[in-house]
Write a protein that binds this ligand. Structure first.
Ligand SMILES: [Ca+2]
Length: 69
């Protein structure tokens, strides 16, 4: 099975969006700066972006090509 599944463009977009949100919050959590606070709602949005875009199909792919019925 392909790591990025059949829809690489949406999968990569979701990974970039999700990781930027999640890593940004981890940085706030671990940077020893009390002015920057970890925000779980942003991490949740990042996880949702990864899951949602992972499950989405590229606009230029036929559903049969990627195994969708
Ligand atoms: Ca901090």
């Amino acid at each position: 099975m392909n790591l990025l599944n059949g829809s690489k463009e949406t999968t990569l977009a979701g990974l970039l969006m999700g990781l930027s949100l999640i890593l940004g919050e981890l940085s706030d959590l671990l940077d020893s700066d009390p002015a920057t606070v970890f925000d779980l709602t942003i991490v949740t949005a990042g996880v949702a972006a990864i899951i949602g875009f992972w499950r989405s199909r590229d606009n230029n792919k036929r559903s049969e090509t990627v195994g969708a019925k």
